[in-house]
Write a protein that binds this ligand. Structure first.
Ligand code: NAD
Length: 318
């Protein structure tokens, strides 16, 4: 079975992907620097869960640490690499843009260099729906031009796609970029809306609702994201970029209503202006992903929120 190195394995998507790979019998090496952008306890709990599998190994390492990376690549000699390690979050990129350039751009370059040096067969990496910036044409297609990012986070993800192309051209490295659309589900990131809303509504606290609740997102359940990513690992195309979304747009207001119903509690809303850097609407055209990856999202927002809340209520982290 192939050996897969997953960076960002203590992260939300990283943990779910590792779990799926481990169940399928892959040898998985997880790497993460366990930073405190959000509560580290959730990251430690995710890793603890993965350590139950004997085909899993984990190392605390920063993708900015080249000698650490070299030791890992030498020891594990991965067939393929999935790069999920990144500074995530649009809003934080207005406060600390430097960390996005360091981790998402320089860190990604380090991964590309190691893939080159160690003859890795394929690199699959996380891009983002945010690359579409303020594009007016919806749904967003991978054929659309993406040269107007409206946050440094988005600019860093566009850079990744450009860098991946360059390494493919220069060194024949296979790369697949996955533009994830607002991923949610059990073990989800505590800085994202569905998690924040659930936590505050549960604790009878008000929630901040930007753009007066009119923000629209293509919310994608993590299991669907993992299926698309697994398919990208298996297909290992030469140089591709795919949208992984749900192909359905939902207003934030609807999300709040679904959480209220499931929690059987009324939300108190702090209605606010849209924040700088935020995109008003995201909507994935997934025709190309269907054709090339056999991607077919199957979890509705109703079902997904219900599954998230069941997880939230059953764990003792919060
Ligand atoms: N969750 C989403 O909705 C979403 C949407 C679009 C794109 N993405 C991208 O998908 C990837 C995974 O996102 P996530 O939601 O799981 O985020 P996450 O923050 O939960 O996971 C990222 C992980 O990377 C680790 N990390 C950060 N900097 C690192 C470094 N320098 N070295 C090693 N590890 C480092 C973090 O500790 C974290 O565990 C990211 O690249 C993110 O930008 C996520």
């Amino acid at each position: 079975m192939e050996k897969i190195l997953v960076t960002g394995s203590a992260g939300f998507i990283g943990m779910h992907l590792c779990q799926k790979l481990l169940k399928e019998g892959y040898q998985v090496f997880g790497l993460d620097n366990m930073n405190d952008y959000y509560d580290i306890i959730i990251k430690e709990s995710r890793i603890k869960l993965l350590k139950d599998y004997e085909n899993f190994n984990f190392v605390n390492c920063d993708i900015l640490d080249n000698s650490g990376l070299t030791r890992i690549f030498k020891k594990f000699n991965p067939d393929k690499v999935v790069n999920l390690a990144a500074q995530a979050g649009v809003r934080y990129s207005l406060i600390n843009p430097q960390v996005y350039m360091k981790v998402n751009v320089l860190g990604f370059l380090n991964i590309l260099e190691h893939c080159k040096k160690f003859n890795v067969k394929g690199l699959i990496y996380a891009s983002s729906s945010s690359v579409y910036g303020g594009n007016q044409k919806i749904p967003f297609s991978v054929d659309d031009v993406v040269d107007k990012p409206i946050s440094i986070y988005a600019a860093s993800k566009i850079s990744n796609e450009l860098m991946a192309y360059t390494y493919g051209h220069l060194f024949s490295i296979n790369t697949t970029g996955l533009r994830f659309f607002t991923v949610y589900g059990p073990w989800g990131r505590p800085d994202m809306a569905i998690h924040l809303f659930t936590k505050n509504i549960s604790n009878n606290k008000p929630i901040d609702v930007y753009n007066y609740g009119k923000m629209k997102r293509d919310f994608t359940y993590v299991k669907d994201i993992v299926s698309g990513t697994l398919s990208a690992i298996k297909k290992n195309y030469q140089c591709e970029v795919f949208n992984l979304g749900n192909n359905k747009v939902e207003e934030l207001k609807k999300v709040i209503q679904l959480i209220e119903i499931k929690l059987n509690k009324k939300a108190r809303l702090n209605l606010k202006d849209i924040q700088p850097g935020d995109v008003k609407e995201t909507f994935a055209d997934i025709n190309y992903s269907k054709k090339m990856l056999g991607y077919s999202p199957s979890i509705s927002l109703e079902e997904g929120i219900s599954l998230f809340i069941e997880w939230y209520q059953g764990q003792d982290l919060y």
